[in-house]
Design a protein around this ligand. Structure first.
Ligand code: NAD
Length: 474
């Protein structure tokens, strides 16, 4: 007889483990099936985010930032060190320790919440049954009234630049390089390309980023992407726009690239090539025959606004469904679905998803860009404020960047908030709260912000919407 549950979650990444823990909290008998194997050969819960994504990349971004500051910025404070060095193996070891701490943390949370954990690959069968196959090929079948599919995504591979784990690498490979490459090539100036390109640039690699689109960070507000591009250029990140790569050949321990831009064909030789051209839903071999669950032309599971697949008791959340591939979007979908299953009003507001890119300076935004307002014919007004005029930012030696608030021209309701600068990954939360409460630029402007803090840039940008910023000419 198979084990029976109220809820089975396939996938223990951000979306899946949130769904499982919330379902268990609500008194539902819950199981989670996950196949991720850690470096020690044991199950490592937490998916891409904890194993090879958000957390390890932040560990390396922080290590490399410390080293970069030591070599580039400490002198203004009167601090000098003779010949600073970086031991990359220690840096990678620190990252691995953090990963283990957090993947183990999810396992502990499962135990504490009585979520049954299955180590293996899950496949949805007809009638809400799930076949679990372990690494040795042994299978068992479990069943539940509700199954939540949360299988995440995998890196897109370019046909002419297949990952070999040594010279041509994906995000996971770029987190496990044991020596600073002399020349690193990156295909794709997206989130991963910029974050991991920054890590290795700060440690001394020559980094060339090849981006197919003519615009830099096309999804961001133009003022923000322009300010960010200026800073990256100063740091020596060589970002080539409108550059279409057509060939990547591994020769003599290097990768020879051919790309074309408006000036014609070029060649570039690098020691390592990071391919970061996006991710795709990971749904291969997930669905058995006649389950009724549909996938779209990009392999994503089709769902409605409440993450329901249209099949009784089958839901899907996170990167394997429509919407941005962001861990926190998956968290909220997982929680909402668990609540809907328990008969509660689960809900996700897709209009206020915060976006963050952890470069230096950081980039963050929520809501509409100026271009999106223009395209939609929404009357708007804007206010912006530079960190160079914020006392705390200058005292921190972090004067780069700005905050921009976009509000409706007639109602003053905040439509979007865009930032580039130090710690804006934290500052964006205030904008999300304001937007969730349907706040106006005036609301933000009239709220007292502590002095001296970086958050004063948000305050002043909101005041600038009404041309009444104090610390700059309006
Ligand atoms: P991305 O979509 O952010 O960027 C990919 C870039 O590659 C795009 O700019 C695209 O124009 C470019 N590109 C595509 N094909 C190309 C080609 N053949 N030649 C040159 N350029 C090409 O994708 P990503 O950086 O791989 O990240 C994958 C996903 O992971 C994203 O959805 C991202 O949101 C998510 N992620 C988020 C964070 C974060 O929130 N900080 C961090 C890492 C990853």
């Amino acid at each position: 007889m198979s084990d029976k549950f109220d809820v089975i979650v396939i996938g223990g990444g951000p979306a899946g483990y949130h769904a499982a823990i919330r379902a268990a909290q609500l008194g539902l008998k819950t199981a989670c099936v996950d196949a991720w194997t850690g470096k020690d050969g044991k199950q490592a819960l937490g998916g891409t985010c904890l194993n090879v994504g958000c957390i390890p990349s932040k560990a390396l971004l922080d290590s490399s930032k410390q080293f970069y500051n030591l070599t580039q910025h400490f002198d203004v404070h009167g601090i000098s060190v003779k010949e600073p060095t970086i031991d990359v193996k220690t840096m990678i070891g620190r990252k691995d320790k953090i990963v283990k701490q957090f993947t183990g943390g999810v396992a502990m949370l499962f135990k504490a919440n009585k979520v049954a954990s299955y180590f293996g690959k899950g496949k949805l069968l007809k009638g809400n049954k799930v076949e679990v196959t372990d690494n040795d090929g042994n299978s068992q079948t479990i069943e539940a009234a509700n199954v939540i599919l949360a299988t995440g995504s995998v890196p897109v591979e370019l046909p002419f630049a297949k990952f070999d784990g040594k010279h041509i690498i994906d995000n996971a490979g770029a987190l496990d390089v044991n020596d600073v490459p002399k020349r690193l090539g990156v295909i794709g100036a997206g989130v991963i390309g910029l974050e991991l390109g920054s890590v290795w640039k700060r440690l001394g690699a020559e980094v060339t980023v090849l981006e197919a689109l003519p615009d830099f960070l096309a999804a961001a507000d133009k003022d923000i992407s322009k300010a960010a591009a200026k800073e990256f250029k100063k740091q020596g990140l060589d970002i080539k726009l409108g550059a279409k790569v057509s060939k990547a050949e591994v020769k003599k321990n290097a990768v020879e690239l051919t790309y074309e831009d408006k000036d014609g064909e070029h060649n570039l030789t690098v020691d390592k090539l990071l391919v970061a051209v996006g991710r795709r839903a990971y749904t291969e071999q997930l669905l058995g025959d006649d389950t009724g669950v549909k996938t779209d032309d990009r392999g994503r599971i089709e769902v409605d606004d409440h993450c329901w697949t249209g099949v009784d008791g089958v839901w899907a959340v996170g990167d394997c469904v429509r919407g941005p591939m962001l861990a926190h979007k998956g968290f909220e979908e997982g929680i909402a679905v668990a609540e809907l299953i328990a008969g509660k009003p689960g809900h996700v507001d897709y209009d206020t998803i915060p976006w963050v890119i952890y470069t230096e300076p950081e980039i963050a935004w929520a809501g509409k860009t100026e271009q999106q307002c223009k395209d939609a014919g929404i009357p708007y007004k804007t206010g912006s404020f530079p960190f160079a005029a914020v006392g705390r930012a200058v005292a921190m030696n972090e004067p780069a960047g700005m905050v921009k608030v976009i509000a409706h021209a007639e109602t003053d309701r905040i439509l979007g908030v865009h930032m580039v600068g130090a710690n804006v990954s934290e500052l964006i939360a205030e904008a999300v709260v304001a937007m969730e409460f349907k706040g106006s630029a005036e609301d933000l402007a009239r709220i007292m912000h502590a002095h001296p803090t970086l958050s004063e840039a948000v305050h002043e940008a909101a005041m600038a919407v009404d041309k009444r910023a104090i610390h700059r000419a309006n």
